[in-house]
Design a protein around this ligand. Structure first.
Ligand SMILES: Nc1nc2c(c(=O)[nH]1)N[C@H]1C(S)=C(S)[C@@H](COP(=O)(O)OP(=O)(O)OC[C@H]3O[C@@H](n4cnc5c(=O)[nH]c(N)nc54)[C@H](O)[C@@H]3O)O[C@H]1N2
Ligand SMILES: Nc1nc2c(c(=O)[nH]1)N[C@H]1C(S)=C(S)[C@@H](COP(=O)(O)OP(=O)(O)OC[C@H]3O[C@@H](n4cnc5c(=O)[nH]c(N)nc54)[C@H](O)[C@@H]3O)O[C@H]1N2
Ligand code: SF4
Ligand SMILES: [Mo]
Length: 716
């Protein structure tokens, strides 16, 4: 599994009996086949699915382990008021207590005192039902989800520039057919291993790869050029590259004139960022900047792809705008095998942001403050438009309001005790709330704080759709019955709605929800009206499948083929032109100083997923990545007297985390890195800074000021 992927089965496996479905984890949504093995199912290859062609990473190939009854929750838990412990309970009393907890907060403090927190791993059906439940049953504006921590900055920048936000506006396979990929703050060799074959193929086809990452990652190792800026300086870097594009006469003026607006402002901002200044800010030498511009501009087609590296910042939206400006000035978007794309992260990171679990959104990527959108969705829901609440708080702000303005929370599909920024503070907030209900498949660190824990079915035990990073809609199929004692998220919402007075409108059957969701999204930017389970199943193995927007059949009854490539004729703005946004560099919310002289950045490792709630429970994954660590450059380690494998403390203004040192030349000497998958004393999010982007409300996970201290045995 050196390249991070495995092909477990021989060619005959495709004919094996079983159920074709998709991995429960990341946005690649690799196809897999689940084969009955007597007691449960085994994960097998599904070579016919084009996005991964059978390849899986270790997380996907081991995903079935958590389906075993012994590996997960199979009974509801409620907090015993006498002992304060979580104890097993029957479903009826757990649901009654949940309904009561939500109702009481509303009666005592008003509808907005009840919060809902969702997740980008939930299927489209669940995300849709959760948003509807919040707005209708609870009548609250206070709903948001963990996607706010993920790709919200890229989403905001996409909407600003193109009038529409789909992570990749083209199929992933186009990556291997372009001339140059500028991959910014993405480490797919660890975060989407099967996608790396497109980068390898790109280079085999004569294309080039430029990677921008403060660390020389496994992905950077594959590149023709690796730029290693200081964390939090991508905005200056992108402006510096645009400056050089102008200075070297490489602007595609015909494209700029015909297909964009706002160039003068963006050009002016870039001209203020001359290369030597950018070198000082970013630490990237001017000759490397020039080389990157040459590589990016030389071929006829090229792509800029961003992931969390440049996005998870208090200036993430402006930073992505700067990268988009670079793509626009060189005439890339809206052309074949070219453009800008964001690699979304969670299994349904794309669909989860379209179905209305976001604070300001209605299904179909409609805006909650748009009267026409409200009227349409209220019509589908059978309620007056005025009864829908307005936009609520963003994810971190919602968590930070717990115990103050928000007194009860229903949480589905996230583990913020590990994954939220400034997690010590968030944990205190979660403890202070009057009532917390968590739906989960395992007893996550957040579920441990709950008053009620509702054990739900998993990916392989239920049907539903997800929308992968390409905007391609996929069908996850039920492969086996859940163990006794668990119910689906949809069934939970159905029962809670009934207890709170909504007998109808919350079906537990996913296909019924999908049929309603088609109508609710119809005519919206993310239009699913022309899709159905039948159509998705019939086209899933096609090279290009069904990508939204896929509107309902026209008057002639012809089915819409979906939209694998967006913007080829026009952008989704009122005048059809893409918009340059004039942006200028600004420092991180917290820059290094004498007391905290280093930059801390955070991210992922191959064998763990997110808060680790699921993958830490899989033996092979835990063996491969047993715990947190701190990446340090040898020069820094020497100065600190830190030794390989020995614990060091990383200290920020939020707190202190202790983990073994991992000494490596692959990181800048002024930067330290920690993966964030673990709770406890090595929890990276004890340290992170919850400074929020003004547009996307994305927290600054990727940079804060830190110091590293040796740890005495006596300290511990
Ligand atoms: N193994 C694994 N795979 C996953 C996940 C997982 O948890 N584990 N999660 C999934 C999800 S939800 C997501 S969002 C994706 C995330 O996928 P990625 O974005 O690829 O993952 P990260 O490790 O968060 O960040 C990518 C890189 O950004 C770099 N970086 C840090 N700061 C900066 C900066 O200021 N500028 C730049 N240019 N780069 C910087 C880091 O060094 C890191 O190598 O992965 C998905 N896939
Ligand atoms: N420091 C730092 N922190 C980060 C990041 C970073 O780069 N650095 N990245 C951020 C990003 S991009 C993300 S996406 C977040 C993710 O962080 P989280 O939101 O915590 O994501 P998960 O760990 O995937 O949590 C999902 C939870 O839901 C459960 N679950 C899985 N499937 C289902 C289901 O179908 N129904 C229900 N009810 N539960 C389910 C899982 O068991 C798990 O407990 O972390 C963010 N936090
Ligand atoms: S790359 Fe993502 S979708 Fe594919 S097997 Fe790994 S975790 Fe699952
Ligand atoms: Mo994410």
């Amino acid at each position: 599994m050196d390249d991070g992927t495995s092909r477990r089965d021989g060619p005959g496996e495709a004919e094996a009996p079983g159920t074709d479905t998709h991995c429960p984890y990341c946005a690649l949504q690799c196809g897999m086949r689940l084969v009955p093995d007597g007691t449960g199912v085994t994960v097998a290859e599904r070579p016919a699915f084009p996005v991964n062609r059978g390849a899986l990473c270790g997380k996907g190939s081991s995903a079935a382990e958590l389906l075993a009854p012994g590996a997960r929750l199979t009974t509801p838990l409620v907090r015993d008021p006498a002992t304060g412990e979580l104890v097993p309970a029957d479903w009826e009393s757990a649901l009654a207590r949940t309904a009561e907890g939500l109702r009481r907060a509303r009666e005592e403090h008003g509808a907005d005192a009840v919060g809902v927190f969702g997740g980008g791993g939930l299927t489209n059906e669940k995300a849709y039902a959760l948003g509807k439940f919040a707005r209708l049953v609870l009548g609250t504006s206070q709903i948001d989800y963990n996607g706010r921590f993920c790709m919200s900055s890229a989403a905001a920048a996409n909407v600003r520039a193109f009038g529409l936000d789909r992570g990749l506006p083209f199929p992933l396979a186009d990556v291997s057919r372009t001339g140059c990929v500028l991959l910014v703050g993405a480490n797919p060799a660890e975060t989407m291993p099967p996608a790396v074959r497109h980068l390898t193929r790109l280079r085999e086809n004569g294309g080039t790869l430029v990677v921008v990452d403060p660390r020389r990652t496994r992905t950077a190792e594959l590149a023709d050029l690796h730029l290693a800026p200081r964390p939090g300086t991508d905005l200056a870097l992108a402006l510096g590259l645009l400056h050089l594009v102008v200075a070297e006469g490489r602007v595609d003026q015909d494209f700029v004139d015909a297909r964009t607006t706002g160039w003068a402002g963006a050009r002016g901002a870039a001209m203020a960022h001359w290369p030597e200044l950018v070198e000082r800010i970013t630490g990237v030498p001017v000759p490397e900047l020039r080389r990157a511009v040459r590589l990016f501009c030389a071929p006829e087609s090229a792509m800029v792809l961003t992931a969390r590296g440049p996005e998870q910042h208090a200036k993430g939206t402006d930073t992505v705008s700067a990268w988009i400006n670079l793509a626009l000035a060189t005439g890339r978007p809206g052309r074949p095998f070219s453009g800008y794309g964001c690699l979304t992260g969670q299994g349904n990171g794309q669909g989860g942001r379209e179905m209305g679990q976001k604070a300001d959104q209605l299904p179909g990527y409609r805006r909650l403050d748009d009267p026409a959108a409200r009227a349409h969705v209220a019509g589908v829901w059978g309620v007056p438009p005025d009864s829908l609440p307005g936009p609520g708080r963003s994810a971190f702000e919602l968590l930070d309001a717990l115990g103050e303005d928000v007194h009860a929370l229903l949480l589905m599909g996230s583990n913020p005790v590990v994954s939220a920024p400034d997690a010590g503070r968030v944990t205190e907030r979660m403890r202070s709330v009057d009532f917390l209900a968590v739906c989960d498949v395992v007893l996550s660190e957040t579920a441990r704080l709950a008053d009620v824990v509702l054990p739900v079915t998993q990916w392989a035990e239920e049907t539903g759709t997800t929308t992968g990073l390409e905007g391609r809609v996929l069908l996850r199929r039920k492969a086996l019955d859940p163990p006794p004692g668990v119910r689906s998220d949809l069934a939970v919402l159905n029962s809670l709605a009934a207890r709170l007075g909504w007998e109808k409108g919350f079906p537990a059957d996913p296909e019924e929800v999908f049929e309603e969701l088609r109508r609710a999204t119809s005519g919206g930017p993310a239009d699913y009206a022309g899709l159905s389970y039948r159509r998705i199943a019939a086209t899933e193995h096609d090279e290009e499948g069904l990508h939204w927007p896929c509107p309902a059949p026209g008057p002639d009854g012809a089915e819409h083929p979906g939209t694998p490539r967006l913007f080829l004729d026009r952008f989704a703005t009122p005048d059809g032109r893409a918009r340059f946004v004039p942006v200028t560099h600004r420092p991180a919310a917290e820059e290094p100083d004498a007391a905290y002289p280093l930059r801390l950045t955070t991210g992922r490792v191959l064998a763990q997923y997110q808060s680790g709630a699921q993958t830490r429970r899989v033996a092979a994954l835990s063996a491969a990545a047993p715990g947190p660590y701190v990446e340090l450059h040898p020069r820094l380690a020497e100065r600190l007297g830190a030794a390989e494998g020995e614990p060091v403390a990383v200290v920020t203004r939020r707190g202190r985390a202790v983990a073994p040192a991992r000494i490596t030349r692959s990181i800048r000497a002024d930067t330290v890195f920690m993966p964030f998958h673990w709770p406890g004393e090595g929890r990276a999010n004890t340290l992170t800074h919850a400074a929020l982007d003004p547009d996307s409300r994305m927290p600054e996970f990727k940079v804060c000021a830190a110091r590293v201290e040796p740890v005495d045995a006596a300290d511990r």
